[in-house]
Every structure is written in structure tokens, then in C-alpha cells.
Write a protein that binds this ligand. Structure first.
Ligand code: SAM
Length: 211
């Protein structure tokens, strides 16, 4: 789904509105989804390198879509468990990640089929905005991390006429009492990430799990 002014599901339960299986085949056509342009891919790779530990780690990519971010993580030497609710997305992610240090599972990002306390980082890009119980999901994601692990949320408020998404303050406010450190990183100004200039609010929030 292209997150633009014509997106109007702000007041609805998003999963009832978006058929992710139907979106899968064309999903990678968006520059920031498929990361086909080397400049866009390089911009995301640089952010990911900054967000993840500088040693090989265990990453959980929730709502992985076609696996583009997981692929970048394996490029950087990390091992990935990727989870998505959509079987069509999972099929594409499995194909993209074939031969990599990665496994791709069908599952709910809010309750993924993985053990708690076993990941160095949990990445959730453009997924938190779809979940009905955001606070429950945030607490659960922190519980999946090893002590000192990182929860990396990439979200935004997309569009200007009928915006959808999550204001950054909603995430930082919810995470502040649960994590040791919470950092907000604006991303709108980096046109390379999106393959074009954007004038809506896109950002990352990186939270560190308690020791
Ligand atoms: C906008 S796409 C983002 C995909 C990927 N994270 C990326 O950044 O390219 C949203 C993805 O979340 C998945 N999704 C939505 N709700 C989910 C849920 N409750 N559990 C797991 N995956 C979910 C969809 O199937 C879709 O692949």
C-alpha cells in the first residue's frame, strides 16, 4: 500500500482494511520497500548499521513484508528471524532470503512464535501503526530482547490531507517507563531513504531494554 494522501484508514481497524496478501506482489515497487535503487538501499543500510550492534547479532524482524530489511541485516553479518502474518509476504521473503542466515515464519507481530529474552534487536518497520493493542505489543517486544537489547521502531504519520500512522510522541511516551533509554530520530529529511523528498513525519524510535 502506498502511504499517501489518498490513504483513508485512519479511523478503522487497519488489518480489516489492508489485504497484505493482495499487496505482496507489487509491494517492492515502492523505493523504500524493494530497496532496488542502490542509493536508497545504501541509505537504509547505513541507518541499520547505526541502529544495530556492531557485532553479529540475533535480529527479529516483525512484520517483515518481503524481507528487504532482513536482507540488509544478513548483508551486515546478522542472523535474522523474520515474521509476517501474510503468507504471500512470507513466500516472497523466503525467496529473497534463501541461502542467508535467516528463517521466515508466519505469525502475528504482536505475539510472534519465538522465545522471550533471546534477541539482541527487534526491528519493526511500518507495522506498529497497524496493530490494535500497541501498548501490549511494545511491552511484549521488549520482553523478547536480551538485557540491553534494542527495540527499533520505524514509523511515521504519512500523508498530509488524511494522515495515517503514529505520532512519535505516542511511542516515546509509551516506551519511556519500560526501557532504559529511548531515542527519537527524524527520518523525513533524508530523501535518499524514500527515493524522493517527503513532507510528512517519518522517524525511528530506538529503545534499549533494561539490563
Ligand atoms: C507496510 S508493510 C511493512 C513491511 C516491512 N516491515 C518493510 O518495512 O518493508 C506491513 C507488513 O506488516 C504485516 N503485518 C500487518 N499486521 C501484522 C501482524 N499483526 N503481524 C505480522 N505481520 C503483520 C503485513 O503483512 C505487511 O507485510
Amino acid at each position: 500500500m502506498r502511504m499517501s494522501e489518498d490513504t483513508t484508514n485512519r479511523d478503522m481497524a487497519p488489518l480489516e482494511r489492508v489485504d497484505w496478501d493482495a499487496e505482496a506482489a507489487a509491494f517492492d515497487d515502492e523505493p523504500d520497500h524493494g530497496l532496488r535503487d542502490p542509493a536508497v538501499r545504501g541509505a537504509w543500510a547505513a541507518r541499520l548499521r547505526d541502529w544495530l550492534p556492531d557485532h553479529p547479532c540475533e535480529l527479529l524482524d516483525l512484520g517483515c513484508g518481503t524481507g528487504s530489511m532482513s536482507l540488509l541485516a544478513t548483508d551486515q553479518g546478522h542472523s535474522v528471524t523474520a515474521v509476517d502474518l501474510s503468507p504471500a509476504m512470507v513466500d516472497l521473503a523466503r525467496a529473497k532470503l534463501a541461502g542467508r542466515a535467516a528463517r521466515v515464519l508466519v505469525g502475528d507481530a504482536a505475539a510472534p512464535p519465538v522465545a522471550g529474552g533471546t534477541f539482541d534487536a527487534v526491528l519493526v518497520r511500518h507495522v506498529a501503526w497497524t496493530l490494535p493493542d500497541l501498548d501490549g505489543a511494545l511491552a511484549h517486544w521488549l520482553s523478547l530482547l536480551r538485557p540491553g537489547g534494542r527495540l527499533i521502531l520505524v514509523e511515521g504519520v504519512w500523508g498530509t490531507l488524511s494522515p495515517v500512522g503514529i505520532p512519535a510522541a505516542r511511542l516515546t511516551g509509551a516506551l519511556a517507563p519500560l526501557a532504559t533509554h529511548v531515542r527519537h530520530e527524524p527520518l523525513s529529511g533524508d530523501a535518499l531513504l524514500w527515493g524522493r523528498q517527503v513532507d510528512d513525519d517519518r522517524y525511528a524510535v530506538v529503545a534499549t531494554a533494561r539490563l
